[in-house]
Design a binder for this molecule. Structure first.
Ligand code: ASP
Length: 311
């Protein structure tokens, strides 16, 4: 079963073959990108709009690169929501995008569900590039591609997702993807940074790094999202690092060949020590960025059948 939906709004609800088909296509794009060749005909004449209501470096850049490598006209729109009614703005924006004949819309918003709302209002195929604390589907796909390349599979792995799970859309998308593909997911972090209902997602919950990392194949660290915290959820950064920051000492509990991941941007010395973040053997953080471009090319390619002239 290939991915046949018009939009990519979430990982939750996808079937293993749909995920695998996107990853297989992305694998081809890894090879294409490494060969230096391009495939600029695929999206020639199509318009891709990056609509970012929240800051982004790597996600926006990699969608831009992915779109350009496939020949699309790429436009970046950064919108501030500070002083406006968000619902109205979104609907107004949707009307504007329709008038511009946008084919592919990549949307990031601080409110969970905003890309779903846009998908109902725009004619374009919509890709969720991160909505509030809900989902970040292309991040989970690029993480999965990185894991599959390094570990050789996505099933029967033990993956420890550590840190600020409460605020992390990356964690949610990864939990859905990895459990769907048959891996065991653990979430590890202080009780204040764990969503109450997290065990319902089919994960095991740990509040201690040594136990949470024991025997893990993959250690995925999350950024401490202070901008989403009202305050008081964590003690000082130093204290947080002491108990939950990944360093060589805590990493010893994972498998000796465990890989280290982080979606970025990293707070070095807060959730991860530079020594492990830059470990040339075990850290795959740079590879995640490379996989990001390939995965986004695969997603744009897959959704392109809903755009413009092919409809
Ligand atoms: N870049 C990721 C996101 O947008 C992770 C993070 O910001 O910590 O969700």
């Amino acid at each position: 079963m290939r991915y046949t939906q018009k939009h990519l709004l979430a990982i939750e609800g996808l079937h293993p073959p749909e995920i695998a088909s996107l990853l297989d296509l992305a694998e081809n794009y890894v090879l294409l990108n490494r060969s230096g060749k391009t495939q600029r005909d695929l999206l020639r004449g199509r318009t891709l709009i990056n609509l970012f209501f929240e800051d982004s470096t790597r996600t926006r850049t990699s969608f831009e690169l992915a779109g350009k490598r496939l020949g699309a006209d790429v436009i970046n729109m950064s919108v501030s929501t500070s002083s406006v009614n968000k619902g109205e703005t979104l609907l107004d924006t949707a009307a504007t995008l329709n008038a511009m004949n946008c084919d592919l819309l990549v949307a990031r918003h601080a409110e969970s569900g905003a890309p779903n709302l846009l998908a109902q209002k725009v004619e374009a195929a919509v890709i969720n590039a991160g909505d509030g604390t809900h989902e970040h589907p292309t991040q989970a796909l690029l993480d999965a591609l990185t894991i599959r390349r390094r570990c050789g599979r996505l099933e029967s792995l033990t993956v420890a997702i550590c840190g600020d799970v409460l605020h992390s859309r990356v964690a949610r998308s990864n939990i859905h993807l990895l459990t769907t593909m048959g891996s065991r997911v653990r979430v590890v972090g202080p009780p204040t940074l764990m969503p109450a209902e997290v065990a319902d997602l089919g994960v095991s919950v740990f509040h201690d790094m040594a136990r949470g990392l024991a025997g893990a194949d993959v250690v995925m660290m999350l950024r401490l999202q202070r901008e989403r915290m009202a305050g008081g959820l964590v003690p000082s950064a130093r204290e947080y690092f002491r108990f939950f920051g990944l360093d060589a000492e805590k990493l010893r509990h994972a498998r000796p060949d465990a890989i280290i991941m982080h979606p970025g941007p990293m707070n070095r010395g807060v959730e991860i020590d530079s020594e492990v973040a830059d470990d040339p053997e075990r850290s795959v953080i740079r590879e995640q960025v490379e996989m990001g471009v390939a995965v986004r090319m695969a997603v744009l390619d897959t959704l392109s059948k809903w755009t413009g002239r092919n409809v």
